[in-house]
Design a protein around this ligand. Sequence first.
Ligand SMILES: [Zn+2]
Length: 284
Amino acid sequence: MAPPCWCQCDAAGRSSNPPHEAGGTAYFSGVSQLGTDALVLHAFDYRETSRIVRLVTRDAGVLSVVARGARRPKNRFGAGLDLFASGQAQVVMHGTRDLHTLHAFDAAHSRPELGTSLDRFAAASALAELCIRFGQESETGLLYERAVEALDAIVASDPLDVHATGLGAAWRVVAELGFAPTLDSCASCHASLPADADVTFHHRAGGALCATCARQARGGRRLPAEARGTLVSWIGRRPAAVDSTAARSHLRLLREFLEEHLGDGRPLRAFVAWEARQLGRRAK
Ligand SMILES: [Zn+2]
């Protein structure tokens, strides 16, 4: 007797999915199964009994999946789909459709600490938003690892360093996505920039500009040498502390840089909330 089918068809092969052969990897052209490490970035209710979940996966970048029945009291996902949990996902991939089906999720690591501290939650939510908005552009397959690394760093961070930890992690995700800013040389003419020089950071140019190029470019923000050194440290995976005023300036710089690269006019809500939280702290 053939083993039960991996998808949700009944014994007669009736299913909302197209017909397929049990046990194989590919059911038919355009539908396949994927087992992969995954991290829950976002989840929301869908219809009466289901949830839609955004996952960053090791093998397929960022995916939107529907977890059917996940809102029922007794469901096969249990607490596994909690925000920021990571584990092994089984996904039915529906070809080129944007929404796939989550068949199972075995959480190996939940991160409840991110839900009990507003600072940690703000930083983690922004990291998740960064992955969701840019995840399709991930070509290295390492976005999942950077995202897990980022959330674990925020969990482990000293409460006073959460913003610096989150900012550093976010810039490393940006680097992983392939658009880290140019900081050691001019982003336009490539002249080297002394480490102790204040420069102009120009979002559209992609980083720091020398004085000559800065005069010819519109816009940009003055970036003191110390702040540039902090960015270099963060992207180079070295910790660098910042006070609350500097943290807010760094948050604004990062958000503006991301918005320039997105170019779709849609706000980065979690980044705005993170920035507002930091602003409120400074005003106290
Ligand atoms: Zn230049």
